[in-house]
Write a protein that binds this ligand. Structure first.
Ligand code: TYM
Length: 345
């Protein structure tokens, strides 16, 4: 079924709310760059079943999922050259996740950072949150994915996918069948040896993390994250950009306002920034104004495209529909091997 010889690239984002520039610089920009080079067969996913752990309102779920697909297209991911799809449109993801859950132990999953963080905060976590890494392993392994472009916080999840692939292969891919026919019948004997010894998950995925943007800082210098309230929305209006940048607390003790500089660094090279920060030493308002202007210049074209697509949702819905067809074809082909390997067919 896989006629495309290029290595597979897959990534996803949870549709849990407004995207921010941390998502863009940490993960989306690499997707855009890599998909343009045409060297990979790219699958870009709206991870709606992952989001169900957080979004438990049907209307919100629908809107946020469509919005994320719109954002993917607005930042330059072109459905003519890659597959954009919704996780829930491909039932094989949850089917494979169940199989992985059946071969995984609880202590192993308890080592997940996300689980430990939730536990440390005394949060009561859902079974879905606990099993989260295995649904993500299914997302990745269903497509024989080689490259997974993500931010640093997702690295461990890709490691879980590798481990799970190896465990599955160890358990189910011995290459020996339980044929009961007489081995002395030469035809049967030959068939016995025809059983492919290949492992089911032959490609082990690697995370692709750009070191300089592995953790994009927010307006307070901590990791940019919705839950910290320190974000700059990816399609922010000039007013919102201004409000967020002006809210940055500047520390007058250092050489330069580090929280301003750290965001500026995403947009401009050090060679460009050093003279600017030297010229405006101590003048935090001028430096913030410069950052606002640079952010506006960077965001405006994407924001325009985003608003255009928002007014034409049919374009996005059609892309998701086509994407689902293509993703299902590939996923089903892998699942037929998986089902045979575990013995349910
Ligand atoms: P999610 O939705 O939390 O985040 C989406 C992507 O944005 C990156 N990111 C950041 N990178 C750098 N600095 C930041 N401040 C920052 N904030 C967010 C994240 O690392 C991520 O790459 N489990 C995934 C979604 C997922 C997935 C997959 C990803 C589901 N299945 C299969 C890859 C492959 C998640 O929760 O991402």
């Amino acid at each position: 079924m896989n006629s495309d010889p290029r290595p597979v690239l897959l990534s996803g984002i949870k549709p849990t709310g407004e995207l921010h520039i941390g998502n863009y610089f940490g993960a989306m920009r690499q997707l855009v760059d890599l998909s343009k080079s045409d060297e990979h067969d790219c699958y870009i996913m709206v991870a709606d079943y992952h989001a169900l752990n957080f979004i438990q309102n049907a209307q919100n779920m629908r809107e946020l999922s469509l919005d994320l697909a719109t954002a993917y297209m607005a930042v330059g991911l072109d459905p003519a050259h890659l597959t954009i799809f919704k996780q829930s449109d491909v039932p094989a993801h949850t089917e494979l996740a169940w199989i992985f859950e059946s071969i995984t132990t609880m202590p192993y999953l308890m080592r997940a950072h996300a689980f430990k963080d939730a536990e440390a905060k005394n949060h009561e976590i859902s079974v879905g949150t606990f099993n989260y890494p295995l649904l993500m392993a299914a997302d990745i392994l269903l497509y024989d994915t080689f490259v997974v472009p993500v931010g640093q916080d997702q690295k461990q999840h890709v490691e879980y996918a590798r481990d799970t692939a190896e465990k599955f292969n160890r358990l189910f891919c011995t290459g020996i069948t339980s044929r009961t026919n007489s081995p002395f019948n030469p035809n049967e004997y030959l068939k016995l040896h025809e059983v492919p010894k290949d492992e089911v998950f032959t490609v082990l995925p690697i995370p692709l993390i750009m070191p300089e943007v592995a953790i994009v800082p927010g307006t307070d210098g901590q990791k940019m994250s919705k839950s910290y309230g320190n974000t700059i929305p990816l399609f922010a209006s000039r007013e919102v950009i201004t409000e967020r940048i002006m809210s940055i607390v500047t520390d007058s003790s250092g050489e330069r306002p580090e929280n301003v500089y750290a965001i500026h660094r995403l947009l401009k090279s050090e060679d460009e920034l050093v003279p600017l920060y030297e010229e405006h030493k101590g003048k935090y308002k001028a430096l913030k104004d410069a950052l606002i202007a640079d952010l506006e210049e960077f965001i405006a074209p994407m924001r325009e495209r985003y608003l255009e697509l928002k007014n034409n949702p049919d374009v996005v819905i059609k892309a998701l529909h086509e994407g689902a067809k293509k993703a299902n074809l590939k996923a089903e082909s892998k699942m037929s091997t998986v089902r045979r390997a575990v013995g349910v067919v």
